[in-house]
Design a protein around this ligand. Structure first.
Ligand SMILES: [Zn+2]
Length: 76
């Protein structure tokens, strides 16, 4: 099962009443905190419910921040 991180943006199966279906993860744990990117509303839902509702991950927060392998080699 994939891991979700703070700052990830996901698309849920059910759109928010405001019409947007993209949510940013603001908290992880037993409960997940989500912020609607359409209207800015924040909600908390249990992790299991969240994982069932995710349709796709749009943005991975850690993409681009991982050090290149070459950089790690130079420290040896
Ligand atoms: Zn909304």
């Amino acid at each position: 099962m994939r891991r979700y991180q703070l700052g990830d943006v996901v698309r849920l199966k059910k759109p928010h009443p405001c019409g947007d279906d993209r949510w940013e993860i603001t908290r992880t744990g037993i409960d997940f905190g989500l912020k609607c990117l359409g209207c800015g509303r924040r909600v908390m839902i249990p992790r299991k419910k969240f994982e069932k509702r995710v349709k796709e991950v749009l943005v991975e927060a850690n993409t681009g921040t991982v050090a290149e392998q070459g950089d790690l080699e130079t420290s040896r």
